[in-house]
Design a protein around this ligand. Sequence first.
Ligand code: NAD
Length: 357
Amino acid sequence: MNEYKVTVIPGDGIGVDITREAIKVLEKVGEKYNTKFNFTTLKAGGCALDEFGVPLPQETLEECKKSDAVFLGAVGGPKWDVLPGNKRPEKALMGLRGGLGLYANLRPAKVYNILKSASPLKEAIIDKGIDLLVVRELTGGIYFGERGRGAEEDVNYAYDTEKYNVNEIKRIAHVAFKAAMKRKKKVTSVDKANILESSRLWRETVVEVAKEYPEVELNHLYVDNTAMQLVRDPSQFDVILTSNIFGDILSDEASMITGSIGMLPSASLRNDSFGMYEPIHGSAPDIAGKDLANPLAQILSAAMMLEYSFNMSEAARDIENAVEKVLEKGYRTGDIYTEGTTKVGTKKMGELVLEEL
Ligand code: NAD
């Protein structure tokens, strides 16, 4: 029997409701595949501020470091919005990303055939299919570069710096090409190489890395064009590889075109196996604890954990297929409900997925 140690951080708001359902799914899949998950549940975010006075207690971070993977719900809520910057729940996310060295953020955006009416795009565009993965560099670039303020001739100025070295670009490019090998074998590298020197190095380096993956088709797009293409014809994309700031913006755009944030998982990886897995949405304080949250993004995050951290692709497909079957049978949580379907709560949705497994 394989055994894995997973640190679970439910966090705040609906994070608590949806991680509960996802863990049941993991346990069931574990039985089938002769795998035991040893879960340790710890606090981060607002609940940690309440109990320990810090958003990310040292014990939580240390335990994560000793784990094979981290499984996170969401953090934050209005109760803590009045606190100063370093005492905000969201600081826990930055602390985990930095502390665990998670440099690659993977965000799939997929439109399930049965949910295509949720997309804001025209049916003719959706009918061509949307199933893409944004691979975003997470620990470099302008969000971490040199910044400052000053004054010239009594006029105030401020600056931030976009800086990447070849090694940073290479390692994120490898993540994208490896992911593409498991998908449709196409990588679109996004930059602004017509203007930015850092983008020109990005492009040169990606071209070099591509030589190690001759089966993968590589093309390059400028970020402004990519933003347009995502709404014009998202079916052209398989894996989008990009920098921290461009990825931040494009991954939100890509999730919006699917129309359902309650369905979208994500992974942040350090290497070929260690990662943190979480839904893309926040803690949804408006519906927390009311059995209203959609647990599917969290459950699909569990599938990503199986795929990337435990090399259990077949089990991951089982979860994805179970989710699809539940949707095909017409069950919906409130966020994806349409007339003629059956509305269910968080727990029932979790049970339905379990039944299909
Ligand atoms: P949100 O994603 O929490 O909610 C936006 C809207 O979508 C709300 O109406 C909410 O009810 C709905 N929603 C989100 N997830 C849902 C789900 N699974 N099922 C059904 N409906 C769902 O974003 P927000 O309202 O801007 O932020 C709320 C809090 O979450 C804030 O404190 C914010 O800072 C935090 N946040 C945390 C993360 C994270 O932990 N990674 C990400 C984004 C926001």
